[in-house]
Design a protein around this ligand. Structure first.
Ligand SMILES: [Zn+2]
Length: 290
């Protein structure tokens, strides 16, 4: 593994735990395995990446503390989750796709892990400084109640091109973040469920004992809601004092037709399998099948 800090590129002197140790301790994850998208797994305790002391403890320390204490702002959660998402991709570049056939290369190519790095390096380099996001928060951030209520753990990491992360937190909370939708999915769900019980109803799933499955299905539902929106502006400008999105439309436009392979792909990376996406497609009204 390279010995430079994955955040700032300076020499690394510490190992950053991708899933913070306080969270591993809370959910007793130390000897459990983190599932990777090629169906292999590594121990949570080995899921580390090189970082310098400044980035590891000073820069992110305050956000970490706020998440831990439940006092984080929505934008704090955005940055905290983005860091996990980014580190998981970086870790993937250091692992082999197939341990028996190293010539097949890494699990994730560096070029793919680096997509979005202009945004990320500015965002991480300005943690703790006066730095603006427009919109703020920059994506959709949800803190659902985990209706499974067994204090189990769930983690769903969704890479490019969808960009999402769902992770269980203490006190039966499930944090879900969509990083690139400019908050439009949250607005849309708030509007659709306004008279039907709000976000609580959106998160009501027929999953009674498995936090992992709950996390996977809720993530799929969010990706589907995101896919439904046709006019999310993905462009942004990096300025000295902040990151500014291309103008966010006040009126949402819907995608007319959904494609079966996209639904299958989204279900797959959520860990639910092709069939789950296909079943959702099959239930669409005929005019929405593309
Ligand atoms: Zn650093």
């Amino acid at each position: 593994m390279s010995k430079t800090c994955v955040f700032c590129g300076k020499p690394a002197t510490t190992k950053e735990h991708i899933i913070p140790r306080w969270l591993q301790k809370h959910f007793d994850l130390k000897d459990q395995h983190l599932g990777l998208w090629n169906n292999t797994e590594i121990l949570y305790s080995q899921a580390t990446i090189p970082a310098c002391r400044v980035c590891n403890s000073e820069a992110f320390g305050l956000i970490e503390k706020k998440v831990r204490e439940g006092t984080a702002t929505k934008q704090d959660y955005f940055i905290w989750a983005l860091k996990i998402r980014y580190c998981l991709s970086k870790k993937d570049t250091t692992l082999l796709l197939d341990r028996k056939n190293p010539e097949n290369g890494p699990l994730l190519k560096d070029s793919l892990a680096s997509i979005g790095s202009d945004f990320i390096s500015e965002a991480f380099g300005n943690v703790g400084k006066k730095f603006f996001y427009r919109p703020n928060p920059f994506g959709s951030i949800f803190l659902f109640n985990n209706l499974v209520k067994n204090d189990g753990f769930g983690l769903v990491d969704i890479p490019h091109p969808y960009w999402a992360l769902t992770i269980a937190l203490p006190k039966n909370k499930i944090l879900s973040v969509l990083f690139t939708d400019r908050g439009l999915v949250k607005k849309e769900i708030a509007y659709k469920f306004k008279k039907k019980g709000g976000f609580k109803s959106f998160a009501r799933l027929n999953v009674d004992k498995d936090t992992k499955l709950f996390s996977q299905i809720i993530t799929f539902k969010l990706l589907l809601a995101q896919y439904n929106l046709a006019n999310i502006p993905y462009g942004f400008k990096i300025k000295e004092n902040g990151i500014y999105s291309q103008k966010v439309p006040s009126k949402i436009r819907y995608r007319e037709q959904l494609k079966t392979h996209v639904l299958q792909d989204m279900a797959n990376i959520c860990g639910l399998g092709d069939g789950f996406g296909q079943a959702v497609y099959d239930r669409l009204p005929p005019n929405r099948k593309g």
